[in-house]
Design a protein around this ligand. Sequence first.
Ligand SMILES: *Cc1c(COP(=O)(O)O)cnc(C)c1O
Length: 396
Amino acid sequence: MLHSPENALPAPRLGEPYLLTPGPLTTAYEVKEAMLRDWGSWDADFRAMTRSLCDQLLALAGDRDGEFACVPMQGSGSFCVEAMLGTFVPRDGKVLVLANGAYGLRAAETMKYLGRAYTLIDKGDYLPPRGDEVGAALDADPAITHVIAIHCETSSGILNPVAEISEAVYARGRKLLIDSMSAFGALPLDVTEIRYEAMVSSANKCIEGVPGFGFVIARKSELEAAKGNSHSLALDVYAQWAYLQKTGQWRYTPPTHVVAAFLKALELHAAEGGVAGRGARYTRNRDVMVEGMRALGFETLLKDRWLSPIIVTFFCPADPNFVFSTFYDLMKAKGFIIYPGKLTVVDSFRVGCIGRMDEHVMRKVVGAAKEALAEMGVASAAPPAAAIAERAKLAA
Ligand SMILES: *Cc1c(COP(=O)(O)O)cnc(C)c1O
């Protein structure tokens, strides 16, 4: 019943292609429609919208005791990561950055811009940072005060073991910050199950809103202690929180339409069964898509254990007739926008599983890939031996 075609989600009404990308992504028509009216940012109606948004996000994070606060922040996700690092890490603090892809490296670059001390564990493209190596790094450097981990590293699609990392961090009395940008709302990050001081996510990922703001969910005691830490006026999470508490308003112009759309997206999220329901649909999307692509001969970069239900990286086929830009154009003409790969060593591309689409759409994606290969004259989607060797070497 649940997976019958009659229950398929409606296709984009304006005929636009599906975005098989990790945000911005395909949103429901009702979400876009919610942006058709204007709101005064100081008005009681909009203040109530902000309050509702924060309350709902705190509930998704499992904050039952009121120990955490939700602070929305204008800008894309990276603005929120920068705001979190600049606000919660004291100027004389030191951060251990756990990287295994572009977003971890971006966090390290942010630390460089902030001019605050950091050290980096760089696992390359494919491997998760494990609890024991985090523990060893913390033991070796008592100056480290904070660790930042990426929940789902969207550049490869790897799902990092944040629970194990959290245990290693708190066993040594340090503090954890999490970039859960592409996971929150579809994968559990319950404050009663995984300890952390603050996490960030944004409107246009698993909650399926449109881009324009992100949010920080942080322990109130950490927010109190963070006063005066920030390097930036606009990105000071403490100041935004304090003003929000005092006035019910964002400090500077909020993206009012985006907030309205996000509230509609939260309504659809709840109707789907919250984090569990959303996660189940994405998991099904991934399973159907990966199985179909493998049947065509494509191979995933990651072993099943680390495959997130968010986005999947495939190796480009070895066949000399395969040209990614042609494949991309053919897929787009068939109604699907895919995503180029971000690996440093071998050619790859990515297919997102998130956004307003279901397994019926994923079957069409596989059908479109099959047609595109045939149109390009690609006989086999098997990757080059070098890609398999690279994967075997790094995963050993
Ligand atoms: C999307 C994303 C970000 C933020 O990217 P923006 O382009 O600034 O929205 C940060 N971290 C991860 C893991 C992401 O997936």
